[in-house]
Design a protein around this ligand. Structure first.
Ligand code: DGL
Length: 267
């Protein structure tokens, strides 16, 4: 019996991380939890994000996961040490892998980071990048309108292009050579982002970065038995399923709603 990899996010955006992990580890069993009842985490205070993240991690631990992947950049930015305190199971966030990959690609070490308000306020990427490369210059920008655009399926809408330009123009003016997509939803807007920043800026996607990082961390279960997926959400399973089919290009086989205020919710 394989122990599953647990992944949680504030909602549906973490499916970009799920997808990268599924592609990299075809034989692993994966359990995904999206906290759709309480999304978005981006504008919330650190204390609230920490409480929600601990509850999400406890739920995954109850499912017997062997590792917890915090797909949500906002949770990874503010809650990671608190999550590592509650369990011996490894808890991995997306900030360190994304920062590592950004430094590998950047030649000028002028790096742009975009994320939610919570992620940018925490300076998590900037601290992680500078702890590895003190000479690096990090230019950050919160892009709060990107999440609703992605959820609305407006990734190629003219409005998306206008908003991308508005948020990213100040970073491009700083002459960055690498841009970190520090939010689960941003890979969905990749076309609009690429068409504005052009080919000279390398884009680092935290979803791919964590999948590569995991390859070094856990030996892949290669038993030739295709891994199973179970998806849980805390609300709105129909909306989740609809957006999920856009992100994953297919229907979810197993999607269940778990109710808040049940046992896993108690401290
Ligand atoms: N999952 C969040 C993140 O990666 C984005 C959505 C939200 O604000 O909850 O930061």
């Amino acid at each position: 019996m394989k122990k599953p990899i647990g992944i949680f996010d504030s909602g549906v955006g973490g499916l970009t991380v799920y997808k990268a992990i599924r592609d990299t580890f075809p034989d692993e069993d994966l359990i995904y939890f999206g906290d759709t009842a309480r999304v978005p985490y981006g504008p919330k205070s650190p204390n609230t994000i920490i409480q929600y993240s601990i509850q999400n991690a406890r739920f995954l631990l109850q499912q017997g996961v062997k590792i917890i992947i915090v797909a949500c950049n906002t949770s990874s930015s503010v809650a990671l040490p608190h999550l590592q305190d509650i369990t011996k199971v490894p808890v991995i966030g997306v900030i360190e892998p994304g920062s590592e990959v950004a430094l590998q690609y950047s030649t000028t070490k002028r790096i742009g980071v975009i994320g939610t308000e919570g992620t940018i306020r925490s300076e998590s990427y900037s601290k992680a990048i500078k702890s590895r490369e003190p000479q690096a210059e990090v230019f950050s920008q919160a892009c709060p309108l990107f999440v609703p655009l992605a959820e609305e399926g407006w990734q190629d809408h003219p409005v998306a292009h206008a908003i991308v330009q508005e948020y990213l123009a100040p970073l491009v003016a700083k002459d960055i050579d690498t841009l970190v997509l520090g939010c689960t939803h941003y890979p969905i807007l990749i076309n609009a982002i690429k068409s504005f920043i052009g080919d000279n800026v390398i884009i680092v996607d935290s979803a791919n970065a964590i999948a590569e990082y995991l390859q070094r961390l856990i030996p892949e279960a290669q038993d030739g038995v295709k891994g199973k997926d179970i998806f849980y959400v805390s609300d709105n399973e129909d909306k989740f399923a609809m957006i999920a089919s856009r992100i994953l290009g297919g229907r979810l086989n197993s999607l269940q709603r778990v109710h808040l205020f049940e046992s896993w919710f108690v401290d």
